[in-house]
Design a protein around this ligand. Structure first.
Ligand code: COA
Length: 153
């Protein structure tokens, strides 16, 4: 696992087109901008043999400095590499960051995205409510999910 940089943006955009075809997938430039914001962390996983990026995930810090909250921006795994634990590992790293700050973490997920919802529920996220028409142009609804802050030791 490693931090992503500008160099990875075209590959992330390529994966997005595959993974989110009806939901306005981010282009290369959107990834570059997201990588370079001060309050974001983007991580990825490479195929150990070919070096090709096969999974990516990003998180943003929000809220006041003394009570931070995090938001999962995106997560995706190359379809050829799914169901091998890569998504769980990427999520675990993002949760580790939120836990480090004792912060809750939010995300949105399509209400029909069973694989992702299962992953999130297994990691302690709970559904807060539904946002109608959240995804465009598909018009699909989203659940907002939250994982509570882990108390600081
Ligand atoms: C969601 C996603 C990132 C999961 O990545 P992954 O590497 O395949 O996930 P993992 O192999 O780490 O699976 C972890 C757990 O998630 C759940 N899960 C993953 N894929 C699943 C599927 N197809 N059906 C049901 N549960 C699934 C399971 O609980 C799984 O644990 P298990 O394999 O021990 O049963 C991947 O399916 C993906 O890229 N989907 C398209 C993009 C997307 O929807 N992103 C989320 C947007 S909110």
């Amino acid at each position: 696992m490693r931090t992503l940089s500008d160099f990875d943006a075209p590959r992330c955009a390529e994966l997005e087109t595959q993974l989110f075809p009806g939901d306005d997938p981010w282009p290369t430039e959107a990834f570059r901008e997201a990588f370079n914001q001060a309050h974001t962390i983007y991580i990825g996983e490479d195929d150990p043999e070919t070096g090709t990026l096969i999974g990516y995930a990003g998180i943003a810090a929000m809220g006041p400095a003394d009570a931070p909250e995090f938001e999962i921006h995106t997560i995706g795994v190359d379809p050829a590499y799914q169901r091998r634990g890569i998504g769980r590992r990427l999520m675990a790293e993002l949760l580790r960051i939120a836990d480090h700050y004792g912060a809750p973490i939010f995300l949105e997920v399509r209400t029909d995205n069973e694989p992702a919802i299962t992953l999130y529920e297994n990691l302690g996220f709970q559904r807060l409510g539904v946002r109608r028409n959240y995804y465009q142009p598909s018009g699909a609804d989203a659940y907002t999910m939250k994982r509570e802050a882990k108390p600081q030791p």
